[in-house]
Design a protein around this ligand. Structure first.
Ligand code: C2E
Ligand code: CA
Ligand code: CA
Ligand code: CA
Length: 279
């Protein structure tokens, strides 16, 4: 009996690695979650600073898990990237965002630009361009209404190949934006060659800028460079009126942040858009 107990103890040790971790549960339930509509998109407005009007929206993934409630994309995207599920999920995101734009257009919300985040793994797919093209065509939206948010990580593997793909996507009429600028290895040398319409400064960039003169100098310089390269600059994570004042003074083009609105459900965005339209 003692021996058996010992064995039992070994088999069912309550140590962490014997119970399925949250990560493992999430990993194993992703496919079913997609099938049963647990994923949804929320939309965060981007504002044109000069006019105060809504310029576009960023689609941000949300997962309403039956056991864990709302799970952050910061938690499940890395898992989806590890397993390769991000390919399927990424296609779903693009398809849903395109359908949403189409629906908004039919409701009379004209010229809303919708941006979608792309993972590096999606970029490494051989048929990435034709896959994007067919999703957009199927939804019946103009490519000009869709923006892809990309990070520098797409240049890590095969920069020449990446550059070719960017040119093909631009050729289709899509808008491209370089996301998370100011984090990681952001280097101005990238900006020389890439066909990018928007430079998106990460929210870590705006944090503390109000009292940090050196940060303001760098901010100003990056905006000048981006403008000279014909790019518009988006500042992300704007939370206070003081931050807004600074980015106005420095000629930033667009802003995104809690100061105006957090990411919201599509119905709420319609309200925001309609109330924003009449000044
Ligand atoms: P990101 O692309 O940098 O998106 C901006 C994040 O900043 C979003 O977090 C947004 O809710 C948050 N944010 C916006 N304004 C403010 C603000 O004023 N203050 C603060 N503190 N935060 C603000 P979220 O929605 O949790 O998304 C986190 C990250 O998950 C995204 O960062 C993106 O990298 C990834 N992600 C989200 N959706 C997708 C997707 O569909 N595909 C892929 N590949 N990644 C996604
Ligand atoms: Ca983004
Ligand atoms: Ca960011
Ligand atoms: Ca990001």
């Amino acid at each position: 009996v003692a021996k058996k107990q010992r064995n039992t103890y070994k088999l069912y040790s309550p140590m962490m690695n014997d119970v399925p971790t949250k990560e493992l549960i999430l990993e194993n339930s992703m496919f079913e979650a997609l099938e049963s509509n647990q994923f949804m998109l929320h939309y965060q407005p981007k504002l044109e600073i000069r006019t105060g009007r809504i310029y576009g929206v960023e689609a941000l993934l949300r997962w309403k898990h039956p056991e864990f409630g709302m799970v952050s994309p910061l938690e499940f995207i890395p898992i989806a990237e590890k397993t390769g599920f991000i390919i399927l999920l990424g296609e779903w995101v693009l398809r849903s965002a395109c359908r949403q734009v189409k629906q908004w257009e039919q409701m009379g919300l004209d010229s809303v630009l919708v941006s979608v985040n792309m993972s590096m793994l999606q970029f490494q797919q051989k048929d990435i361009v034709s896959s994007i093209k067919s999703i957009i065509e199927e939804a019946g939206v103009r490519p000009e209404q869709i923006e892809l948010e990309l990070t520098e990580s797409i240049f890590m593997e095969n920069p020449e190949h990446t550059l070719r793909i960017l040119h093909e996507l631009q050729g289709l009429g899509l808008k491209l934006s370089l996301d998370d600028f100011g984090t990681g290895y952001s280097s101005l040398s990238y900006l020389q060659n890439i066909p990018i319409h928007y430079l998106k400064l990460d929210k870590s960039f705006i944090r503390g800028i109000v009292t940090d003169i050196r940060k303001q100098m760098i901010f100003r310089s990056i905006i000048v460079i981006a403008h000279n390269l014909n790019m518009k600059v988006v500042t992300e994570g704007v939370e206070t009126a003081e931050e807004l004042q600074i980015i106005k003074e420095h000629n930033c083009d667009l802003l995104q942040g809690y100061l105006f609105s957090p990411p919201v459900a599509p119905e709420r965005f319609v309200e925001l858009f309609r109330s924003n339209k009449c000044p």
